[in-house]
Design a binder for this molecule. Structure first.
Ligand code: ADP
Ligand code: ZN
Ligand code: ZN
Length: 736
């Protein structure tokens, strides 16, 4: 048999692949791209993915090690997915092995068999017992099989039935045990269909002809305009054509409401993939979608990797949402990846948002994407009225201006619900001494500790450091140590005093720690009755609260003067999302925004003319400054306990790039790369490490990518500053 080696990708940050010798007696035919193998790497045992087999290696034969095991006969990762991984590895300048890790659910990465997604189920085999059943337990068990012919084993044991009882029914020939993948049940509730309004109809009409090929579409529709209704109609057609639909939603958007709406509408199995699942459930969802059993997959960011054999449509809702961008490791954008995936699969993709990102809007305005708009709320709901309320030189009660409190009283006495938005959890953002000016600071970050009262402690929101609250000032020994400013806890306390007649609920990461807590809160809010909700951005997104008619935004100013060039875009998106919670049903909604800068021109533009108008103005600014989307950007970040070294690495990177550009930018390269930095990050020290960044801007993407590739190669070879961690972020969504 002729000599050959197997090329393998390993889950290591190294941007290269590794050659191993095949198992004894195996031929190249045994090795197909996408199979899992086990190998020894140094002293570690790793699971790798076969990329190819070839008859020569760069490694001398006596240095090659044999594989330990081949886990799959047929590849787990199909060719199409492998091609997508290659694209990701190239585009994000990341190791192929780490990219491939994203393709598989954790259990498969650990070497489990696909069949471990199977569940033990019991199936009914007969209509009547041949002789009467003895014992009430036996009868109760049989009763269950009369109701439904199939039961998962786990469900029967939680209902108190034992294996012995099941076995005895099986011995009587009444039921039988099987292993099978539990497909999510198709639930149909015969939900009433809305007839589409004229705007929805014309959007649907424009989208229908695009269902058979690749096309990127932006559905820009104000909150409550009925975008989801349009998605449902499209999915209906895709299902009827025998295809699958992939629906991607932000983390927070995966509420029971969304899922229920899909389940109620379609009589097909729907798989789900989100962070609330355990490893086995993830494997099940993955397998259901990738074997084609599930016809719809609803999931968050990482669901974009799930293979779907009959993919016919991708929907990505709230496309501007930051949760679609992974912020560590492989810093991919699920939105951008979904676009590439749709393109390679030849299927349409619909991006939906009330407040599209400037990148997407630019693509839509320039004609690259099909651009559809829904400018009015669907059904009977009207857009809320929005007001800026200046608090300059105004007396405040518990942080609220009197007219705002009056409005709250009015809505409450009308039996409605009020939502108060403040994007700061805890009691107060700062603990300070009134005598000497001391402030409680984090020892590991350039940040203040947040005062929490429930339970009482000081907490760093950046590195999670926690400590007790000092009784006296650690600097002067004085007694006047106090919380300054306000967070959700304090506002809840104060509103409870001002509005003793209604419940005041707090919704933030501290009160809502589980999906169950969220579901409970939802049920509470939906059961109606006047109340006040005080919450962070957790409350802002996607939810439908039928009785909320007033939204108060307490600290709109924080985002107006951000050091990041996307600050205004992001705060406008957040304000619109929060405002969109008001008046979702017949009762009209009102939004009050308290601000010190009631003259702020962009804030006024947003309120008077809406997000789209503001976005156009921001796009103009970006064009003047040649910032994204009018240029392409990458960010090299470094961090190290030693400040000088963190900075030095970026200085060396900069010097390298400058030299590289000089030697490589000939006449054919008209668009050079602009380098800015190194700068310290806005929070220079976090979790004990100093952080710096170097920014790259280029008019042409290809130039940026060639530069980035050379830079990554340089940094990998670079020895001297080995303590410095670095990462390259392509298309970063912030520079903080
Ligand atoms: P979006 O996704 O744009 O926020 P939804 O699709 O969730 O909007 O619709 C908002 C509300 O309007 C929902 O309660 C939905 O049931 C309702 N709705 C949607 N389309 C119509 C329609 N054509 N007629 C009446 N009500 C509608
Ligand atoms: Zn003091
Ligand atoms: Zn800290």
């Amino acid at each position: 048999m002729s000599f050959f080696v197997v090329e393998i990708a390993l889950p290591l940050p190294l941007r290269r692949t590794f050659d191993y010798l095949p198992l004894p007696g195996e031929t190249p035919d045994h090795y197909q791209p996408g199979q899992r193998v086990r190998v020894e790497f140094g002293r570690q045992l790793l699971l790798g993915i076969v990329l190819s087999s070839r008859n020569q290696s760069d490694v001398p034969t006596n240095k090659l090690k044999p594989l330990l095991a081949r886990l799959d006969d047929t590849p787990l990762i199909d060719e199409h997915s492998l091609a997508l991984c290659r694209w990701l590895a190239d585009y994000y300048h990341h190791s192929m092995g780490e990219v491939l890790e994203h393709m598989l659910p954790t259990m498969l990465r650990r070497g489990c068999e696909l069949s471990e997604a199977d569940e033990r189920v019991w199936l009914k085999q007969a209509d009547e017992p041949a002789k009467p059943l003895r014992g009430s337990k036996q009868q109760a068990l049989w009763q269950l099989f009369q109701q439904s012919p199939q039961w998962p084993h786990s469900e029967l044991t939680t209902q108190g039935f034992s294996l012995a009882q099941l076995r005895s029914l099986a011995d009587a020939g009444l039921i039988e045990e099987r292993q099978q993948l539990p497909l999510p049940p198709a639930i149909q509730e015969n939900q009433r269909f809305h007839s589409l309004n004229p705007q929805q109809q014309s959007a649907l009409k424009a989208l229908e002809p695009e269902l058979h090929h690749f096309r990127a579409c932006l559905l820009e529709g104000v909150t409550g305009s009925g975008k989801t209704e349009v998605y449902l109609r499209l999915i209906e057609q895709v299902l009827a054509a025998g295809k699958q639909a992939l629906v991607l939603v932000p983390e927070i958007g995966l509420t029971p409401q969304t899922v229920r709406r899909f389940q109620a509408r379609f009589n097909v199995p729907i798989a789900m993939l989100h962070s609330g699942l355990n490893d086995r459930e993830r494997l099940q969802g993955w397998r259901q979608a990738s074997e084609g059993g599930a016809r719809i997959l609803i999931g968050t960011r990482s669901a974009v990797f799930t293979p779907m054999p009959d993919l016919g449509l991708i929907i990505l809702d709230e496309e501007h949402d930051a949760s679609f961008k992974q912020q560590d490791g492989l810093r991919y954008s699920a939105r951008d990846f979904a676009l590439v995936r749709a393109h390679k699969a030849g299927v349409p993709i619909v991006l939906g948002s009330a407040t599209p990102s400037l990148e997407t809007l630019h693509n839509a305005l320039s004609g690259k994407y099909l651009h559809l708009k829904l400018s009015q709320r669907a059904g009977d709901a009207k857009a809320p009225s929005m007001k800026l309320h200046s608090i300059l030189h105004q007396p405040l009660t518990a942080g609220f201006a009197q007219p705002v409190l009056n409005a709250m009283h009015k809505h409450i006495s009308d039996g409605k619900q009020v939502l108060v938005f403040i994007n700061r959890r805890g009691f107060a953002p700062l603990l300070a001494c009134r005598d000497c000016g001391w402030m409680a600071e984090c020892r590991r970050c350039d940040a203040r500790l947040t005062l929490h009262q429930y339970p009482p402690h000081l907490h760093c929101h950046h590195c999670d450091f926690q400590q007790g609250i000092p009784a006296v000032c650690p600097q002067c020994g004085g007694q006047h140590v106090e919380g300054i400013g306000q967070g959700t806890e304090k506002i809840q306390d104060q509103l409870a005093v001002l509005f003793p007649q209604v419940p005041v609920r707090r919704v933030d990461r501290d009160t809502i720690r589980s999906k169950q807590a969220f579901d409970n809160l939802f049920d509470d809010i939906h059961s109606g009755g006047p109340c006040i909700l005080v919450g962070t951005q957790m409350l802002a997104k996607g939810h439908h609260f039928p009785d909320v008619t007033l939204v108060v935004v307490l600290d709109a100013d924080a985002g107006l003067f951000s050091a990041d060039f996307r600050g205004m875009e992001h705060s406008a998106q957040l304000i619109c999302q929060v405002a969109g919670r008001a008046g979702r049903e017949e009762a009209p909604g009102e939004v009050w925004i308290q601000t010190l800068y009631a003259d702020h021109p962009l804030l006024n533009l947003l309120l008077d003319s809406g997000y789209h108008a503001l976005a156009l103005s921001l796009l103009q600014e970006r064009q003047q400054q040649q910032l994204p989307p009018y240029s392409h950007m990458a960010l090299l970040r470094s961090e190290c306990e030693d400040r000088t070294q963190a900075q030095q690495l970026l200085q060396q990177a900069r010097a390298f790039v400058q030299q590289w550009l000089q030697t490589h930018s000939g006449a054919s390269w008209q668009a050079p790369v602009t380098l800015l930095g190194p700068f310290p990050a806005i929070m220079e020290r976090r979790n004990g490490r100093f952080r710096f960044q170097l920014q790259f801007y280029a008019a042409e993407r290809s130039v940026l990518h060639r530069t980035a590739a050379a830079l990554v190669h340089f940094l990998e070879q670079h020895k001297g500053l080995s303590k410095v961690r670095w990462n390259l972020d392509i298309d970063p969504i912030d520079t903080l």
